[in-house]
Design a binder for this molecule. Structure first.
Ligand SMILES: Nc1ncnc2c1ncn2[C@@H]1O[C@H](COP(=O)(O)OP(=O)(O)OP(=O)(O)O)[C@@H](O)[C@H]1O
Ligand SMILES: [Mg+2]
Length: 236
């Protein structure tokens, strides 16, 4: 197998007085989708935030290609193409859809008109509402803006933290279809999801975090682990 795109090894991280990650190791290859599953508080967001630079690791290594990035700041990670859609989405609510999207291309540059066309092709609903204030959109539409804005940065790896979180079932299906389409386009992704069915429908592999450690690793193609087994190993 060729070298991984992203290689995370021995990451310890947390917050003042609270260690959350205790030596997390994984790799993500080009074009792969890896799901990170785990109970609330197991450290999934902390792990994505360590990769995107929003949490500074206490020790360990984060390499993109072969370049060591542990300790880099979020904008430096972004510039290298590690782009996260955070659990809170972090949009600019008083700006329009298109203004939010354009900001996504600000740091990495690139052909903005072509990138916008690509996002509108993936999200026709955003094309219809490009001049609308984000604040007035539904949660699902805002999630589309957040993913679209991340795509404007031409991610080498896209980190999605609970893209279906808090959304109505029809939007969950729509988000699942969007993630599947991105995968077909070859976008490398890490996805954190509480919706295990969604995660399993798009992932090539998944990891289960338990109390800040990777407790299980599975290939989806290998079969074996049923949804029920997975739920059991996450919560019991
Ligand atoms: N900014 C912070 N300051 C202090 N503690 C934090 C902070 N963010 C998270 N924590 C704590 O770190 C632990 C791991 O949190 P994290 O958000 O990584 O979990 P998670 O697996 O993403 O959970 P969820 O499924 O609820 O999103 C939790 O105990 C949480 O309370
Ligand atoms: Mg989280």
């Amino acid at each position: 197998m060729p070298d991984a795109l992203l290689t995370v090894s021995g990451i310890a991280a947390g917050y003042p007085n609270k260690q959350v990650l205790f030596g997390v190791d994984f790799a993500v290859h080009q074009g792969e989708v890896v799901a990170l599953l785990g109970a609330n508080g197991s450290g999934k967001s902390t792990c994505l935030n360590a990769v995107s630079g929003f949490v500074r690791p206490w020790s360990g290594s984060i390499r993109l290609d072969r370049q060591e990035l542990a300790g880099w700041l979020p904008h430096q990670m972004f510039r290298r193409g590690i782009i996260q859609v955070s659990q809170a989405r972090d949009l600019f609510p008083d700006m329009s859809v298109e203004e939010n999207l354009r900001l996504g291309a600000w740091v990495r540059g690139g052909p903005i008109a072509r990138l916008l066309d690509g996002v509108y092709a993936s999200f026709p609903r955003l094309a219809e509402r490009k001049n609308q204030t984000v604040r007035l959109m539904s949660g699902g539409e805002q999630q589309m803006v957040a993913i679209g804005r991340a795509l404007m940065g031409q991610p080498r790896i896209l980190l999605l933290d609970e893209p279906s979180g808090g959304l109505a079932p029809n939007f969950v299906n729509e988000i699942a279809a969007i993630v599947a389409a991105l995968k077909r386009q070859g976008v490398t992704m890490m996805i954190v999801e509480q919706n295990i069915r969604l995660a399993l429908s798009v992932a090539d592999r998944f990891l289960i975090l338990r109390d800040g450690r990777v407790s299980q690793r599975h290939d989806i193609s290998g079969g074996g682990a049923s949804e029920e087994d997975i739920v059991r190993s996450i919560y019991l």
